[in-house]
Design a protein around this ligand. Structure first.
Ligand SMILES: *Cc1c(COP(=O)(O)O)cnc(C)c1O
Length: 365
């Protein structure tokens, strides 16, 4: 059994993807151009936003989103304590300071009730992560942001296609950063990312920044980067986008089987997200003696993962900030007890049942 079948999306769409490759190779145009623009339009339409700017990867999308949103060196940016470290790294890379706020157990994303206590005169932005497929509770977050004039960047690397109060994630803050890393709900066959927004100035700034700070070749307005989306990946993503809702529905079906098969096991705490609210990037259970359970599952041939074993504040990379164990107990408990079960749009039902049976066996022994 695989944790996630990476090749299955290719096999499912082989003819269309191979055709896109042939078209791209024969076009003679290999950087930005029509393939990139076509995908940007398709992705903006999918999210419901006015603009999408394709960029190199998710981390660069976060950095560009923050920079274009006006975050400056020395600013404080509020971010949840339990995210993948990329969200923190982006804040650091624009010279700002990550200010951790604990998540809620309900969404696993930032707890809106804890945000205001973390705001100081230096705070200019909130980076909200829709973690594991479940949207953060955006309405109260946007209210707080409005009151304090803060820029809100969504990190939507894990919840592509999710819907919150009738709108897609990626269309809930002032701008949203996407990763199309192959293992995400929609992934490229390599590296890619994007930023969506309704704000024409933000979209324009990112277009300039991703391309050496220039609009017109060799006329550089600002000190930019090379963070353009790979045009071949854009062509592949254009083929995949119309299938995302279906793939998310298939992930939801796996989640449904897990809920049905695991809900009566007392040692397991299941996610609180409603089936339809999440696009189930990960299916996270909480168990005591997590490491032993994971090892025993491995012996039965069941692959699992831990997202994530070390919260950013305890990571060696942030040793300079002087955080210690106990500073963010919710994030730490999540890191100590979370276990991600295999899930994906191409996971056979027989594999899901094998995971359920194996978990029962391990917890009863
Ligand atoms: C994957 C991921 C990123 C980074 O994306 P890359 O394309 O790998 O740079 C950022 N944030 C979160 C929450 C992610 O899961």
């Amino acid at each position: 059994m695989q944790f996630l079948d990476m090749k299955a999306p290719y096999l499912e769409l082989k003819d269309e993807l191979d055709a896109a490759y042939q078209r791209f190779m024969n076009s003679g145009w290999y950087v930005l151009g029509p393939e990139a623009e076509n995908f940007e339009k398709i992705w903006a339409d999918f999210c419901g936003t006015k603009y999408c700017v394709g960029v190199s990867n998710g981390l660069d999308a976060l950095c560009l989103g923050l920079e274009a949103g006006g975050v400056k060196p020395g600013d404080e940016v509020i971010v949840q304590s339990n995210t993948y470290i990329a969200t923190w790294l982006a804040i650091s890379q624009v010279g700002a300071v990550p200010v951790p706020v604990e998540p809620s157990w309900k969404t696993f994303s930032i707890d809106p009730d804890r945000i205001e206590a973390a705001i100081t005169p230096k705070t200019t932005a909130i980076a909200v992560v829709h973690l594991y497929g479940t949207p953060a509770d955006m309405d109260p977050i946007m209210k707080i942001a409005e009151k304090h004039h803060l820029f809100v960047l969504e990190d939507n690397a894990q919840s592509q296609g999710a819907i919150y109060h009738g709108k897609r994630t990626g269309h809930l803050g002032h701008a949203a950063a996407f990763s199309f890393y192959p293992a995400k709900n929609i992934g490229a066959f390599g590296e890619a990312g994007g930023v969506t927004t309704d704000d024409s100035e933000i979209a324009d700034r990112i277009k300039v920044l991703r391309n050496y700070g220039s609009r017109v070749k060799y006329h550089n307005e600002v000190k930019g980067y090379n963070r353009r989306i790979d045009a071949l990946q854009a062509a592949f993503l254009a083929v995949k986008t119309p299938h995302l809702d279906d793939w998310n529905a298939r992930r939801r079906q796996v989640a449904k089987l897990y809920f049905e098969g695991l809900s009566d096991i007392p040692q397991i705490i299941l996610p609180q997200s409603k089936l339809g609210d999440s696009v189930w990037h990960q299916f996270i259970i909480r168990v005591k003696n997590r490491d032993a359970v994971q090892q025993k599952l491995k012996e039965l041939g069941i692959p699992t993962m831990i997202h994530y074993p070390i919260p950013p504040h305890l990571s060696e990379a942030y040793a300079d900030m002087g955080f210690k164990r106990g500073d963010f107990p919710i994030a730490e408990e999540m890191a100590d007890t979370f276990l991600s079960l295999p899930i994906g749009p191409h996971m056979p039902e027989s594999d899901v049942q094998r995971v359920i049976v194996s978990l029962r066996q391990v917890l009863n022994s």
